[in-house]
Design a protein around this ligand. Structure first.
Ligand code: SF4
Length: 338
C-alpha cells in the first residue's frame, strides 16, 4: 500500500456505542441516540439519512460535545483522530473545535452577529486559534481568498457586508468558508441545503462536491433528502429511532437497500427510478419517550415476526461493505423501483 493510500485509509472519526439521552427530573424521557456506531476515513464523505426526530442533529452536536442539560451523553466514545472527545479536558477540546473539527449548522438564513461584517465573521475561528494575533491586512487577505474558494463572485464586496445585506445562498457560502478557514480534517454539515431554493441549493452542493474532489475534504453530511446524499456520499448510514439500522456504500444503498425502512423510504420518495404511485410507509415514527420493544420498526414493518417484537436486532454484516439491523434481512425481497 502506498503512503498515499495508507493516509486515505486513516480513520478520522470513530463513534462507538454513543448514547445521548434527555432527562426530566432525573428520569430518562428521550433516548435520542441509543448505541450509535460509525466510522469515517480520511477523504470520505459519510451521509447520515433519517426522518425528522431520528437524532441526526443531536449526533452532530454530540460529536462536538455540545450537548447541554437536560441532555447528556451517558455512554460511548467519540474518537477523533484517535483521541476520545468525551474525555478530553475542555482546554484541549477548544483547540480542536473550530480548527481541526468544523461544523456547519442548518442553512437557516441569519445566525450572524448583526453588528459585525463578514470579514470579522469569517475570520473568527482563525483569530481564535492563531498563536499570534494576526494583523488586519493579513485577516482581510485571508478572508477574501477564503470567500473566493467558496465561489463568492465578489469576495471583497462580500467581506464588507453585514448580515442584513446577505442573501441565503451567500450566507451559506460564508458559513462554509468560515468552517473551512482553518483547513479542518473533518467538516460536519447538518442539513446544508435544507432551507435554500433549488438554484442556490444546487450551487452549494456543487461547492461541497468540489471541496470533496479537489481538496479531498472529509465530511459527514446530515440530511433527510436522498438526492443531497446521493451526490456527495461515499457511504450512507440510516438513522432510525436513535440507532443506525443500515449502512453501506452509496451504490448499494440506492440500488440494493435491504432494511424494510430504507426500502420504504425509497418507495415513498419521488425519483426517476420510481414510476407509478409512491407508497408511503405505514404508521408513524415512534415516540422517543416510549420506543416499541424489540426492533423499533416492528409496528410499521410488514415483514415482522414474533421475534421482532421482543428482541432488538444488531447491525450486522449482510455482505461486504453492507450492514443491516434486521432479523429477516435475507428474506426481504429485493428493492424494485418501477
Ligand atoms: S427486524 Fe423484523 S420488524 Fe425489524 S425490520 Fe426486520 S423484519 Fe421488520
Amino acid at each position: 500500500m502506498s503512503p498515499f493510500e495508507e493516509k486515505e485509509k486513516e480513520v478520522i472519526l470513530e463513534v462507538k456505542n454513543l448514547k445521548t439521552y434527555f432527562y426530566e427530573h432525573d428520569n430518562v424521557v428521550w433516548k435520542v441516540l441509543d448505541g450509535v456506531n460509525l466510522k469515517i476515513h480520511r477523504g470520505e464523505t459519510l451521509g447520515i439519512l433519517g426522518p425528522s426526530g431520528a437524532g441526526k442533529s443531536i449526533l452532530a452536536k454530540s460529536i462536538f460535545k455540545l450537548i447541554e442539560r437536560p441532555g447528556k451523553i451517558i455512554d460511548g466514545e467519540i474518537l477523533f483522530k484517535g483521541k476520545n472527545i468525551l474525555t478530553l479536558p475542555n482546554e484541549i477540546l477548544d483547540t480542536i473545535r473550530g480548527k481541526d473539527l468544523a461544523l456547519v449548522l442548518q442553512s437557516i438564513s441569519g445566525g450572524f452577529d448583526p453588528l459585525r461584517d463578514m470579514t470579522y465573521t469569517t475570520s473568527q475561528p482563525y483569530r481564535e486559534h492563531a498563536e499570534i494575533e494576526p494583523d488586519r491586512q493579513e485577516i482581510k487577505m485571508l478572508v477574501i481568498s477564503q470567500l473566493g474558494t467558496v465561489a463568492i463572485p465578489e469576495p471583497l464586496r462580500t467581506s464588507d457586508k453585514y448580515a442584513h445585506q446577505m442573501s441565503g445562498g451567500e450566507s451559506q457560502r460564508v458559513k462554509i468558508a468560515t468552517a473551512l478557514i482553518n483547513n479542518p480534517s473533518l467538516l460536519i454539515a447538518d442539513e446544508p441545503v435544507s432551507n435554500l431554493d433549488a438554484t442556490i441549493a444546487r450551487q452549494i452542493l456543487d461547492l461541497l462536491r468540489i471541496m470533496k474532489e479537489k481538496h479531498r475534504l472529509t465530511m459527514m453530511i446530515i440530511a433527510h433528502n436522498l438526492g443531497v446524499l446521493a451526490e456527495l456520499s461515499d457511504h450512507i448510514a440510516i438513522l432510525y429511532a436513535g440507532k443506525i439500522i443500515e449502512y453501506g456504500d452509496v451504490e448499494t444503498m440506492f440500488y440494493s437497500p435491504r432494511h424494510p425502512f430504507t426500502q420504504g423510504l425509497f418507495y415513498a420518495t419521488p425519483s426517476m427510478a420510481i414510476r407509478g404511485k409512491l407508497k408511503p410507509i405505514p404508521g408513524e415514527i415512534p415516540d422517543p419517550r416510549n420506543y416499541p420493544s424489540g426492533c423499533r420498526f416492528h409496528p410499521r414493518c410488514t415483514y415482522a415476526i414474533d421475534k421482532c417484537k421482543v428482541e432488538a436486532p444488531n447491525l450486522e454484516e449482510y455482505e461486504e461493505n453492507h450492514q443491516v439491523a434486521c432479523w429477516r434481512a435475507k428474506d426481504i425481497p429485493d428493492y424494485q423501483p418501477g
